[in-house]
Each structure stands twice: as structure tokens, then as C-alpha cells.
Design a protein around this ligand. Structure first.
Ligand code: PLP
Length: 438
């Protein structure tokens, strides 16, 4: 494959990218192994973001690479509409085991956005199947990110993502976000202040009546708006209120699933059981696109008990793609064989200390950490929001470090195989960048 600069870069309309700026000064990656990318000029780049949060086991895991090679030669495609192939069923069983059998079923998608839209559609159809078809309202949260489908965009709470796309879905409300710098800056782990914000759900129930509300969807830890960690007690309170009012609770675990907090899912870390979980990213270690919605048994059974032909009129051509299934099965094996969760837990304390060592550096106004995640909030340049962090991103890349920024927040989420010496390298480079930032 081409390892040099492409002859032309004009035709590829790049996603979520300032295309003109990028093409004037491109950042091109050509290979990856372990904790490092290699760029087109042969420089090593330490991966501080697991790609886009999607490579928990590190790059080029041999077992996953060979599983993909083998499956693509054996069964390049098989439909899963009224057909099947063994790997899709084997993977579903393995995923149930990985989740500690807290869920009964899994539905395959090809991305986080599709997993979210699938979960939202399931929530609506579930209530209808049980004779509660008036439950149609969906509740998201300000500053939430649930992908880019119309469902996820509607329950999502990032203004910039929504503003160009019309009225979106009707019947959607948003809980307030929980970010509060005055009260919670420099918290390690969960902040103390803010669990009462879950009670805003009671206000929405009073307004619409529970009989009209289908589901609440939240990210247990919000990533895309800059690492917003749930206040102590917040998610438990949300669970209690949803149960009280017969509202389904959906966790969007697209970034937190598969070990980000050192547990299989964030639901385990926070000890809160949602009715459904949307997952993707780490499921195949980023190797082949795949998402999965985990559902409690009662959700699935509400459809299966309905006397009809096809129970759920929903699915994607590539749901349960054999090569994606092979990648996911191999990923789960790597999780087990290499004790990825145990390793993540063993370095979390070192990670947290390293993040908080940045306190006092120029422009830093907050540091927050949980699991192997960090949010580093910078003071914005007046009148130019986002510019300071984006400059940090460019400087870091030039210095051989991949970070991610959203607004003026740097979000870090390295592969879970990160070692202490990588953490030292990462924060050494980041310190230099921050010390040289205007
Ligand atoms: C919480 C969350 N949900 C959904 C998505 C969308 O996933 P995808 O880009 O695979 O559609 C993302 C992507 O970053 C995410 O962070």
C-alpha cells in the first residue's frame, strides 16, 4: 500500500476536519504498532488517543491481524437477514460472557452512531410492543455526543454538530450537563458536586408525564465535549428515577466500553445497570468497523413474544459481518490472554498522578481523570475559542505525540496497554507543548 504522500488530496472530503487547513499542512499516518504510529516522513508518533478511542489493545495485535486475514479468505461476506454464519453467534455468546451475563442479547451494527440509533429505535418499538405506544419521547443531555445519525444528533447536546441540520427528531428533551468548573475543578475521579442534576428528570416527567417518555440516553463519561465525569451518585440516581417511571436507561458506552475505566464497561465501574448499552470502537480494537447494542433479556423478549413474522424491522447489510466478527472474537481473546483490564487498572494511579502534575502550567484551568482518560482544560483565547487547544494539537503532533482536542479541552485516552515509560514520554512532551503555547 502507498506509504508516501498521495499525488492529490483534493477529492477526499474529510470528516470532522478543517479540510483546507489540513490539506495545506497534512498529518499523514502510514503504519502503526503497539503504542506508536509512524507518519509519512518516518517519524514515530506516540498514540495518546488510541486512534479515536478505538484501539484498547494497542496497534497491530498479531492475533487480531491473523484472525482478520483468515476470515477474509474463508468467508468474505455472508448476509445475516434470514441467514447466518457461526462467528456471529459465537461472538454474541462471548460478548454475553464478557459482560458478566448482565445482558441477554446483542444486536450488531457497524458504528457507534448506528448503535445509538438502533438502541433508540428499540426503545420506541419495545414500548409499542408492550402496548405503551404513547412512550415516544427521548431524553438526552446537554454536551452529550451520540454520533451523527439523526437519532443520535437529536438526543446529542453539542450545538455545533446540530446547528446545520434542521429541526431533527421531534419530542426530544435534554437534561442539563454536569460540568462545573467552579465547584469541581482538579477533581481526581468523580466530582462531589452535581448528583442533584439527575433530578431534572423529575421536572421533565412532570412536564410530559412518564407515560409519554420512552428512554433516557447518556454517556456514563462524556468524551467528545471534553471528558465530563459523572458526579458521585448521579448515575445511580438516574437509574432510580428511570426505574420509578418505567423509562428505559440507555448508556452510550461507545468510548467507555471495552476497558476504558479498567472494567469491562463503565456500567460495571459505576455499578449501575442500564437497560441497553450502545457500544462500538474497542469491540474490534478499531480494526474493522463494528458496533453492538447490548439489551437486557426483557427488552428482547417483549418482541419475541409478539406473534408476528420478523420481530424487529431493523438491521444493516453489514450487521454481523464475518470479518468484523472475527476481529471482535480475537479482540476478546487478547483482552483475556494479555489481561488488558488488569494492566489498565495497574497503571491508572500513575496516569492520574502524571495528569495532575500539569497543574500550574500556562493556561491550564482544570485537570480531570478517571480510568485511562484525562481532560485538560485550557483557558480560551478571547474571541477565538478552540484555537489554543488546536495549536497544542498541532505542536504535539510535530513533536511526535497524538492528542485530541475539543474546544479548548485536550482529551487523552491512550491504548490500555500503555506502560509507565510511555506515560512519562506522553506527559514530558505535553509539558513542553503547554510551556510553549501562546
Ligand atoms: C459516546 C459516543 N457515541 C457515539 C459515537 C459515534 O460513533 P461512530 O463515530 O462510530 O459513529 C461516538 C464517537 O466518538 C462517541 O464518542
Amino acid at each position: 500500500m502507498n506509504q508516501s504522500r498521495p499525488a492529490s488530496m483534493s477529492s477526499f472530503w474529510m470528516p470532522f476536519t478543517n479540510n483546507r487547513d489540513f490539506k495545506a499542512n497534512p498529518r499523514l499516518l502510514v503504519s502503526a504498532e503497539g503504542m506508536y504510529y509512524k507518519d509519512v516522513d518516518g517519524n514515530s508518533v506516540l498514540d495518546g488517543t488510541a486512534g479515536l478511542w478505538c484501539v484498547p489493545c494497542g496497534h497491530a495485535q498479531p492475533k487480531i491481524v491473523s484472525a482478520v486475514r483468515e476470515m477474509v479468505g474463508q468467508l468474505d461476506f455472508a448476509p445475516t437477514f434470514q441467514m447466518g454464519h457461526p462467528a456471529a453467534f459465537d461472538l454474541a455468546e462471548q460478548l454475553m460472557e464478557y459482560s458478566g451475563h448482565k445482558f441477554g442479547h446483542v444486536f450488531y451494527t457497524n458504528s457507534g452512531s448506528e448503535a445509538v440509533d438502533t438502541a433508540l429505535k428499540m426503545a420506541l418499538a419495545y414500548h409499542k410492543a408492550r402496548g405503551e405506544g404513547s412512550r415516544t419521547r427521548l431524553i438526552g443531555r446537554e454536551r452529550g455526543y451520540h454520533g451523527v445519525g439523526f437519532g443520535g444528533l437529536s438526543v446529542g447536546g453539542i450545538g455545533g454538530n446540530r446547528k446545520s441540520f434542521g429541526p431533527l427528531l421531534p419530542g426530544v428533551d435534554h437534561l442539563p450537563h454536569t460540568h462545573n468548573l467552579e465547584r469541581n475543578a482538579y477533581t481526581r475521579g468523580q466530582p462531589d458536586y452535581g448528583s442533584h442534576l439527575a433530578d431534572e428528570l423529575e421536572r421533565l416527567v412532570a412536564l410530559h408525564d412518564a407515560s409519554n417518555i420512552a428512554a433516557v440516553i447518556v454517556e456514563p463519561v462524556a468524551g467528545s465535549t471534553g471528558v465530563l465525569i459523572p458526579p458521585k451518585g448521579y448515575l445511580k440516581r438516574l437509574r432510580e428515577l428511570c426505574t420509578k417511571h418505567g423509562i428505559l436507561l440507555i448508556f452510550d458506552e461507545v468510548i467507555t466500553g471495552f476497558g476504558r475505566l479498567g472494567t469491562p464497561f463503565a456500567a460495571d465501574y459505576f455499578d449501575v445497570e442500564p437497560d441497553m448499552m450502545a457500544t462500538a470502537k474497542g469491540l474490534t480494537n478499531g480494526v474493522i468497523p463494528m458496533g453492538a447494542v447490548f439489551t437486557k433479556k426483557h427488552i428482547h423478549d417483549a418482541f419475541i413474544d409478539v406473534p408476528a413474522g420478523i420481530e424487529l424491522f431493523h438491521g444493516y447489510t453489514y450487521s454481523g459481518h464475518p470479518v468484523a466478527c472475527a476481529a471482535a472474537l480475537a479482540t476478546l481473546e487478547v483482552f483475556k490472554d494479555q489481561d488488558i483490564l488488569g494492566h489498565a487498572q495497574s497503571v491508572q494511579g500513575y496516569w492520574e498522578d502524571a495528569v495532575h502534575s500539569l497543574k500550574g502550567l500556562p493556561h491550564v484551568i482544570d485537570l480531570r481523570t478517571i480510568g485511562l482518560i484525562a481532560g485538560i482544560e485550557l483557558a480560551p483565547i478571547a474571541g477565538k475559542p478552540g484555537t489554543r487547544a488546536f495549536t497544542a494539537f498541532k505542536k504535539a503532533f510535530a513533536d511526535g505525540l497524538l492528542i485530541r482536542t475539543t474546544g479548548d479541552i485536550i482529551a487523552l485516552s491512550p491504548p490500555l496497554v500503555i506502560d509507565k515509560h510511555h506515560i512519562d514520554e506522553l506527559f514530558g512532551k505535553l509539558t513542553t507543548v503547554l510551556n510553549n503555547l501562546d
